[in-house]
Write a protein that binds this ligand. Structure first.
Ligand code: 6GU
Length: 250
């Protein structure tokens, strides 16, 4: 998979060299290219923003640097035989970024991210590229960041770990909170490892029982308990099979 990021803060994307994403790059599963938007400015001050039409506070990112940058980045891909680019535009006004969307994005061969600062990018830029490719406007949550770069890190990590061969153990995302299946929309319960007692805290006996059926049932009960406490909204969407009649009545 190829990822391009166009930003005025390339150094903000340094974490893409670390950990899972960094290793996926080193192994060649991921081709990540970070570009400085100011390369595509031609005035003395490398201007990327201007005042908004209609007035109001803040600044808007200009069409020309973004258009020239995206044209060059996309042309480079066409030359190298890459195909099927999609634009990912981080914005607090976007659709919620969910595990489902991460799965959809992980199936694409090429994602081009356009994290913005200031009040966002002139609308005509997304309108223009939407005539040529899918455009995903995504928000990573109901709060406002100073820019989209942190969202790019979030989306990249969620997508990269779904790529074939990136996660050491393919089973690892089977039980993820939000993974499809009977536990979909349930949060994962607590986990434990050795030693069996620490500062007087033991571990639940059932985990030492070796009884797989009871362990599975305990895990499901804990997942339900944690979901009810932290995300009651998710229980509404939870598959009936995840909790049987008895659970509903109590
Ligand atoms: Cl993607 N960008 C910004 N600036 N703020 C956000 C966001 C994105 N998602 C949530 N808040």
């Amino acid at each position: 998979m190829r990822l391009d990021v166009v930003t005025i803060f390339p150094e903000y994307l340094e974490p893409l060299n670390v950990s899972l994403v960094g290793k996926a790059r080193a192994r060649g599963s991921l081709d990540v290219r970070v570009h400085d938007l100011r390369q595509w400015t031609y005035d003395r001050h490398n201007t990327v923003d201007d005042t908004p039409y209609g007035g109001g506070p803040g600044m808007v990112m200009k069409t020309e640097p973004w258009g020239d940058a995206l044209d060059d980045v996309l042309a480079d891909g066409y030359d190298s035989g890459a195909h099927g680019p999609a634009l990912v535009v981080p914005t607090p006004s976007g659709r919620p970024f969910t595990q489902e969307l991460a799965v959809e994005l992980s199936a694409r061969p090429w994602l081009v991210f356009t994290p913005a600062r200031y009040e966002g990018i002139d609308r005509r830029v997304t309108d223009e590229y939407a005539t040529r490719m899918p455009v995903y406007e995504v928000s990573i949550g109901d709060y406002v960041l100073a820019g989209g770069e942190a969202a790019v890190l979030v989306v990249t990590e969620a997508v990269a770990r779904l790529l074939p061969g990136v996660l050491g153990n393919a089973e690892s995302h089977r039980d993820d909170s939000f993974a499809p299946g009977p536990m979909a929309n349930l949060l994962e319960g607590p986990v434990y490892t050795k030693p069996p007692t620490w500062r007087g805290h033991g571990i639940p006996d059932v985990l030492l029982s070796g009884h797989h059926g009871r362990i599975a049932r305990w895990r499901r009960d804990e997942a339900l308990r944690r979901t009810a406490a932290n995300r009651p909204d998710l229980l509404e969407r939870c598959e009936a099979s995840a909790y049987d009649k008895k659970d509903r009545e109590t």
